[in-house]
Design a protein around this ligand. Structure first.
Ligand code: SF4
Length: 93
C-alpha cells in the first residue's frame, strides 16, 4: 500500500483534498519543525517516505498545534498520528 493510501485508511483523511493554501503553516522553531505542515501533506501526496522521518511528525508541540491547523477540513492531527503509527509499525513496535 502506498503511503498516501495508508494515511487515508488509518486516519480517514484524503490528502488529495489539500488546496496547497499554506494556511496550516505555523511559527514553530526549526528544532521542532523541519518541514511545514503544508509541505508534509505534499510529501504524503508524493508517497515520499521522508514524511515518516522528519522532525515535524515527531514533535509533540506540532502534534498539538496541528489539531485545528487546517481551515479547510483536513484533520492533520489524525494524519500525523497515522504517520507515527506507521513508522513504529515498520520499526517493529
Ligand atoms: S491548510 Fe489544509 S488545505 Fe491548506 S495547505 Fe494546509 S493542509 Fe492543505
Amino acid at each position: 500500500m502506498t503511503l498516501r493510501g495508508m494515511v487515508k485508511r488509518v486516519s480517514g483523511q484524503d490528502v488529495h483534498l489539500c488546496h496547497a493554501c499554506n494556511d496550516c503553516d505555523m511559527d514553530i522553531p526549526a528544532k521542532e519543525m523541519d518541514i511545514p505542515l503544508s509541505s508534509l501533506v505534499q510529501l504524503i501526496l508524493l508517497n515520499d517516505e521522508e514524511a515518516l522521518h522528519c522532525r515535524t511528525v515527531w514533535s509533540d508541540s506540532v502534534l498539538e498545534a496541528s489539531r485545528h491547523a487546517c481551515k479547510r477540513g483536513l484533520d492533520l492531527h489524525a494524519v500525523i498520528t497515522a504517520l507515527r503509527e506507521e513508522k513504529l509499525r515498520r520499526d517493529g513496535y
